[in-house]
Design a protein around this ligand. Sequence first.
Ligand SMILES: Cc1cc2nc3c(=O)[nH]c(=O)nc-3n(C[C@H](O)[C@H](O)[C@H](O)COP(=O)(O)OP(=O)(O)OC[C@H]3O[C@@H](n4cnc5c(N)ncnc54)[C@H](O)[C@@H]3O)c2cc1C
Length: 384
Amino acid sequence: MRIAIAGGGPGGLYLAARVRHLIADSEVTVWERNHPGDTFGFGVVFSQAALNGIREADPELHEDLAAHFVHWPDIAVHYRDEIVTSSGHGFAAIGRKELLGLLRERCRKAGASVLFGAQAPPLDRLVAEFDLVVCADGAHSQTRARHREVFGTELDPRTSRYIWLATDKPFDALTFLIAETPYGPLHGHAYPFDTGRSTFIAEADERTWRAAGFPSGDEAPPTADGSDRWAIGRLEEIFSAALQGHRLRGNRSRWRRFTVVRNRKWWHENVVLLGDAAHTTHFSVGSGTKLALEDALSLATCLQQCGSVPEALALYEAERRPAVAATQRAAQVSLEWFEDIGRVIGLSPSRFALELLTRSGRLTYSDLTAAAHTSNSDCQTEIK
Ligand SMILES: Cc1cc2nc3c(=O)[nH]c(=O)nc-3n(C[C@H](O)[C@H](O)[C@H](O)COP(=O)(O)OP(=O)(O)OC[C@H]3O[C@@H](n4cnc5c(N)ncnc54)[C@H](O)[C@@H]3O)c2cc1C
């Protein structure tokens, strides 16, 4: 079986390695427009449940990842000079660069061919030359666009703006930082991803973002790596209390709008969607990479087990759609909660934290009470 994969992100690379591992006579080619080591973003976080799933399905990948993971048990909400901490959860994170490096190495060992600095050829050519074409080229997939009608692609660009940064402050929890400014509330999502470095994503609703005067798109002066210099400087000031003198760093980091991607159908003839090309989930629930890896695991297994490509693609979609739909529902509630954060500004710190942590229904009050406490330098209060 000859398989073409457009896009060498986590989904495309893992599918390539997995297919080669399971199907000895397969021939797999991945086109990735970036060069190895050039990627956007910083760390990606996985919940303990996501890690358990990966360990069960692919212990070897889990072992590779485990050697790079940073682990922690807590979620912390910084709000109005108080830190509300909820313990006993279990998270792990890894740098996106490290994750892609591990997956590239697995492709090399498995004998999949990965072409870097290479735009995927036009879809019609791939369709004619390969038994299966996988669109794994992300949320703004060009290969998917060719069959937009057939896939029933729905793109919903949200109005809030976010920017994906890192900091050399070693946060020790999945941390939500709320900054009340004269323009409105901004929030940060931070978590460690290796020793001494943390992801830091800042987000603001459109009104606050505009009132704060952030230059949009490419208007802002760039740093050496092409990041928005003005945003980095302003966010260092806005979040100075939490950053405690540490700097924010970019990696081609610019303000963007998150786009929710949904497709009514995930495959057509010998073309199939995978990962963000098929579905996106807001970063506040930290699940997109996990879903892309799970899609790859499922599709590779279906291809191995089924007698024909259409049968495999139908089984893949049937297997994956319910889990993806459940996560997308939770992610939608979560993104809307953050878009409308002004509604809960003014609650007491413990009440605010409770609302934030239970916003999507994935955590309930009883999940939280066991080990929850609030703290600042002097105060210890139970969440009630
Ligand atoms: C701010 C932010 C934070 C996030 N944090 C987390 C997190 O903590 N945990 C988590 O699980 N997920 C997180 N995600 C989601 C995660 O990044 C994505 O869900 C995941 O990367 C999807 O993987 P993918 O392989 O489907 O697509 P992508 O990672 O987007 O990879 C697609 C690849 O295709 C390549 N490509 C595109 N077009 C072409 C073309 N025409 N030819 C060749 N190559 C092409 C791109 O260069 C890219 O490498 C976050 C996302 C954002 C925006």
